[in-house]
Design a protein around this ligand. Structure first.
Ligand code: ADP
Length: 178
């Protein structure tokens, strides 16, 4: 299932929540700051050990004091207006889903839940509508290419009403290919 809600991602007891991270995995502000604040100091320590993640890549950590089980950290692109923006933003969703799928296999799970924030649309300045279109397109692309990945339930968590409206509209245009 691929759905959207308006809400705060840090309150979800999902298998995985995704962090719109920065390359150095520092707490920062926005959704990232909220995740670090609620997860506690142990998350900072684990992230310090990892040190650096390239834009568009994804890594997984424990979730510590958060109600979810794992966090995937993926640094989105800082919007520049270049062709690479879309590629990098799409890679965030694609690579996060690949890690989620690895976990599903590793834990021999029937289903697994993952929640995404609207990556790059805050401090990193990505236009909301374009970012939403890329996010939804990428998730459907992966699940159409690899139907096994449909065992992953994806929730787009929108902090802003504006994003929630965009995701509802965008999702209404999509369905899985058989
Ligand atoms: P970026 O640096 O990738 O732009 P931001 O955290 O500044 O990351 O913004 C990404 C998105 O996360 C924005 O749409 C913002 O509204 C949203 N956001 C902020 N706090 C939360 C939260 N607690 N839960 C879900 N989304 C959030």
């Amino acid at each position: 299932m691929i759905t959207t809600i308006k809400g705060d991602i840090t309150g979800l007891d999902f298998d995985i929540i995704v962090n719109a991270a920065n390359n150095h995995l520092l707490p920062g502000a926005g959704v990232c700051g909220a995740i670090f604040a609620k997860a506690g100091k142990e998350l900072e320590k684990e992230c310090q050990k990892i040190g650096y993640v390239k834009t568009g890549d994804a890594i997984m950590t424990q979730a510590y004091d958060l109600p979810c089980r794992k966090i995937i950290h993926t640094p989105g692109p800082i919007y520049s207006g270049s062709d690479q923006d879309e590629e990098c933003l799409s890679a965030c969703y694609w690579n996060s889903l690949c890690l989620a799928y690895d976990l599903l296999i590793q834990e021999k799970r029937e289903r697994l839940s993952i929640a995404f924030p609207c990556i790059s649309t805050g401090i990193y300045g990505y236009p909301h509508k374009e970012a939403c279109q890329i996010a939804v397109k990428t998730v459907y692309q992966l699940m159409n290419e690899y139907p096994e990945a449909r065992k992953i339930d994806v929730l787009f968590v929108c902090y802003l009403q504006q994003d929630y409206e965009l995701y509802k509209e965008e999702l209404s245009h999509y369905a899985f290919r058989r």
